[in-house]
Design a binder for this molecule. Structure first.
Ligand code: ZN
Length: 114
């Protein structure tokens, strides 16, 4: 998958959060006005990014995923008295965490090129 610069009336949007990006004068890269991500493009295709607190966010998501697994397992051990609604909502949160993790991970290759 390639990230093409989405240009609407000359506007460039952040590959991470879709916020508006503006050119940082004299640097050749763009900065997101919403999340602070820096991005460099070549021929309209994303070349490199710098995402503030990238590794911290990945670590948070890893930790939360582990916690959720443990909570699901602990609730499951209660057998017949387990709370199925709680288990379902933990599974739903786990799906959200995994999907954000995979979205963030995708940018690894671009952060390495920064
Ligand atoms: Zn952004």
């Amino acid at each position: 998958m390639l990230w093409k610069v989405i240009m609407l009336q000359g506007e460039v949007h952040c590959p991470l959060c879709n916020g508006l990006m503006r050119e940082e004068e004299g640097t050749g890269h763009m900065v997101c006005t919403r999340c602070g991500t820096l991005a460099r493009f070549h021929g309209g295709i994303l070349d490199a990014v710098y995402i503030p607190s990238y590794h911290r966010r990945l670590e948070e998501l890893r930790r939360r995923h582990q916690e959720l697994l443990e909570m699901i397992e602990a609730e499951g051990r209660k057998g017949a008295s387990r709370d199925m609604r709680l288990i379902r909502s933990l599974h739903e949160e786990r799906q959200r965490v995994l999907s954000e993790y995979s979205f963030y991970s995708y940018f690894q290759q671009f952060t390495e090129r920064w």
